[in-house]
Design a protein around this ligand. Structure first.
Ligand SMILES: [Zn+2]
Length: 444
């Protein structure tokens, strides 16, 4: 216990020392409002896809580009630090006896395995959240403010974190108890049953999220009145999406990022557009984003991604199965762990799983990026707004590096890069030069 306290104090003081040094930078990452169609991207007999793309990329000043690159590339390192930090937390939990202590306490309440596993998991969520707090504050609060991406004060932000913790306390313990039930009942084959269980649970969570989870953090409501609303709902109906399934939400409460998403499953599926998108971008950009989201909806990407990700998770569980027993044989008695089905060994199992997911990042990113590229193609064909899509892709440079190298994109991008998206839009435009917004004048 002493060790935990000492480590926590060290981590907190690192945060206190380095945290406040990040003053908000004065360079605005934002591009001016409205379409900024460069001359080289205007249709005509000389239209050149690469030159048009480069003209868009050049809308960013060197300072804006440097800031965007720094934010996104810093994220690569954060993935590594996040892994190392998690491994240290796991080591602290095991080495200090805190993990076995939590299991013993849980057994004092009940000797039923499912119940003491749940009680262990409850404690693990709280202690794990506390130990991760310095990193969470740095990545989720300080860093976001340093790059001008966050809008919440520390109090409001903390309240959202607290809500997140309460949600985890409801969801995580039953999930862990189920996985341990598979470990107890099916021995060597636990990883197969745990994968099947996880697949069903994720689908169930996906169905409930828009109804029970998302409204905890944001206000979802019907689209605001106006011309844009009529056009959006018309596009939705034309793509076989019921028009009451398109909503807006107040993301500006937390962030300055522009985004939209598709969430839900079966009856709860809906397209949600954030208020930053609706407030700060032009109509062609909004339609282009909606076209992309409709692509996710119509191509049923939610279900497909969950199937693919469950297969990756299954592989991860198999890796855990292979190395967990060996790790237990080596360190089990030293840490007071009783075996595979002892919840006190959870940090050890999760350390192996997080190593697996770290190395699987290029694979998981590529699975998602491929679906995103499909939605991009769908969006261009349905919204017919190549300049809207190119412009909004440029705006996402506030949080995504605009032009990575090919390997960098495979390893680190879960969406196509801004460059790839502008290029794709210009390719589409080359083949559709009679497009109406292509020759529209820029706003003054
Ligand atoms: Zn998408």
């Amino acid at each position: 216990m002493k060790l935990v306290c000492r480590s926590f104090v060290v981590l907190l003081s690192v945060f206190v020392l380095f945290g406040p040094a990040f003053a908000e930078s004065s360079i605005s990452p934002e591009l001016p409002p409205g379409l900024q169609i460069p001359d080289a991207a205007r249709p005509g007999p000389q239209f050149d896809v690469d030159a048009a793309t480069q003209a868009y990329i050049d809308l960013l000043s060197p300072e804006q580009k440097a800031k965007s690159d720094a934010y996104f590339e810093g994220g690569y390192w954060l993935q590594l630090w996040g892994l190392l930090y998690g491994l240290v937390v796991a080591w602290i939990l095991l080495r200090s006896g805190l993990s076995t202590g939590m299991r013993n306490l849980a057994r004092r309440v009940s000797h039923r395995p499912w119940l003491y596993t749940m009680i262990y998991a409850l404690q693990w969520v709280v202690v794990g959240t506390l130990l991760a707090l310095p990193l969470t504050i740095y990545t989720g609060f300080y860093r976001e403010h340093a790059y001008g991406l966050a809008t919440q004060g520390f109090g409001e932000w903390s309240l959202d974190q607290l809500k997140g913790l309460l949600v985890s306390l409801v969801i995580v313990p039953p999930v862990i108890a189920l996985i341990y039930a598979a470990v107890r009942k099916t021995a060597e084959r636990w990883w197969i049953w745990a994968t099947c269980g996880a697949f069903v649970l994720i689908l169930f969570m996906m169905m409930l999220a828009p109804v029970f989870l998302d409204p905890i953090f944001n206000d979802y409501k019907p689209l605001r009145q106006g011309e844009v609303r009529e056009e959006i709902l018309s596009m939705a109906r034309a793509n076989m999406i019921p028009d009451d399934n398109v909503v807006e939400f107040d993301a500006s409460r937390q962030t300055t990022r522009i985004s939209a998403n598709v969430a839900g499953f079966l009856g709860t599926t809906r397209v949600a557009m954030n208020d930053n998108l609706l407030d700060r971008t032009s109509a062609p950009e909004i339609y282009a984003v909606l076209g992309h989201e409709m692509g996710h909806y119509v191509l049923n990407h939610g279900l497909r991604l969950i199937i693919y990700m469950s297969l990756v998770l299954g592989f991860g569980f198999w890796i855990v199965h292979r190395y967990f027993d060996r790790a237990l044989a080596r360190w089990g008695s030293k840490f007071g762990l009783e075996g595979r089905d002892d919840p006190a060994a959870l940090p050890l199992a999760l350390a192996i799983l997080s190593l697996f997911f770290f190395f699987a990042t290029p694979l998981t990113n590529t699975i998602i990026r491929q679906a995103e590229a499909e939605a991009d193609a769908y969006g261009l064909n349905s919204a017919n707004e190549p300049h809207g899509f190119a412009m909004v892709a440029m705006r996402l440079s506030t949080y995504r590096k605009i032009k990575p190298g090919p390997l960098e994109e495979i390893f680190f991008y879960d969406h196509p890069s801004g460059y790839a998206r502008v290029h794709r839009s210009m390719l589409w435009l080359k083949e559709n030069q009679d497009n109406p917004t292509a020759s529209q004048p820029n706003p003054q």
